[in-house]
Design a protein around this ligand. Structure first.
Ligand SMILES: NC(=O)c1ccc[n+]([C@@H]2O[C@H](COP(=O)([O-])OP(=O)(O)OC[C@H]3O[C@@H](n4cnc5c(N)ncnc54)[C@H](O)[C@@H]3O)[C@@H](O)[C@H]2O)c1
Length: 321
């Protein structure tokens, strides 16, 4: 058989496979909805305990990271609060110690440095014990020149929001694999699913983080590490950060949806993590919107986002000009 005929047959097989999957999709969607309803009504996914475990939370010195540290401590978990800003991390530790009977310690580390993450692990293991909960929360959104960002800003956003997760994974995952348990939580953003105009670097870094975690879940499943859970979180604009709050006021985001508090996100993140949820969207409505938009052709999706976000994008341009 010639190569051309063989290729044509392989293409035909792939096309028949896709048509078969399309025919099955309504049934699969129904099955997924029923499974979710069943799990919710009968509370099938009972949460795991992290009492006495050790968590590392990056960017724990402010905002959502701090709220997650407090929520983990509330569940009885010891917390290594990691931040490039040590005084912020120390303030989080103080809040934990004022309210909970767990061990907490502040660490200064820059997540973009592999060497510092290796050193961090040595210190945390010595002070608190092996790490079984990793929260990749540290993130930056640099809006100094969104229409034409400086290369240094592009590099920093990619390094903090995406590359650092490869360093934390390389350093903390081996012990989890050895213990055959653990949790990895990555704070992405709705921007990963709905990339907006004038925030392409941030959106790319967060989409990359999503892809990284999806690949990691597959790898862990192939390695039969079913007790290491990987959760990616996609929040909308939060009330945690003054810059983001100001931006969302200026561009009128609040007319689409109110800003969410860090505490609300933290509770949802930790409870979802303990139930082994793979992806968490906040608010939940955005998950449905995303799936509905995804079935449209790409140029229709672009058009929908342009129409819905027209006011936001215009304000963005005005702010920058
Ligand atoms: N604020 C929002 O509206 C929003 C929306 C969606 C997703 N997110 C994501 O949630 C996460 C937390 O956001 P936030 O609003 O709480 O941020 P924040 O700016 O309030 O806090 C981030 C913390 O990370 C620390 N940090 C920054 N760079 C670091 C580095 N290189 N090494 C170590 N620590 C570093 C900062 O010092 C700070 O304490 C981020 O990943 C962000 O992208 C935020």
């Amino acid at each position: 058989m010639s190569e051309a005929v063989r290729d044509a047959l392989v293409k035909l097989k792939a096309q028949i496979g896709v048509i078969g999957l399309a025919a099955l999709t309504p049934l699969l969607v129904l099955a997924a909805i029923l499974q979710k309803l069943f799990a919710t009504i009968f509370c099938c996914q009972s949460p795991k305990s992290i009492l006495g475990e050790v968590a590392v939370v990056t960017g724990g010195g402010h905002g959502l990271g701090r709220a997650i540290c407090l929520e983990l401590a509330h569940k009885g978990c010891n917390v290594a609060v990691v931040d490039i800003n040590l005084s912020g991390a120390e303030a989080t530790v103080k809040q934990i110690q004022d309210s909970y009977q767990v061990r907490a310690k502040a660490y200064k580390a820059n997540v973009t440095s592999y060497k510092e993450i290796v050193e961090l692990n040595t210190q945390v293991v010595r002070d608190l014990g092996p790490v079984t909960v990793l929260v990749n929360n540290a993130g930056v959104l640099l809006l100094r020149k969104p229409l034409n960002p400086d290369p240094a800003d592009v590099q920093l956003m990619m390094d903090v929001n995406l590359t650092s997760h490869f360093w934390t994974k390389a350093v903390f995952l081996p012990k989890m694999k050895e213990l055959r348990r653990g949790f990895i939580v990555t704070i992405a953003s709705l921007a990963a699913l709905f990339p907006l105009a004038y925030s392409s670097t941030y959106a790319s870094s967060k989409s990359g983080a999503m892809a990284h975690m999806r690949a990691l879940r597959l790898e862990l499943a192939l390695e039969k590490q079913k007790n290491i859970k990987v959760t990616t979180v996609f929040p909308t604009f939060l009330r945690t950060n003054d810059e983001v709050r100001e931006l969302s006021n200026n561009i009128g985001v609040r007319s689409f949806y109110p800003l969410i508090s860090g505490e609300e996100v933290a509770q949802r993140v930790v409870s979802g993590m303990l139930r082994g949820e793979s992806e968490i969207h906040l608010p939940g409505l955005t998950c449905i919107l995303y799936r509905l938009l995804l079935v449209l052709p790409a140029d229709w999706q672009d058009l929908a986002v342009r129409v819905l976000g027209r006011r936001v994008f215009n304000s963005f341009r005005e702010i920058q000009s």
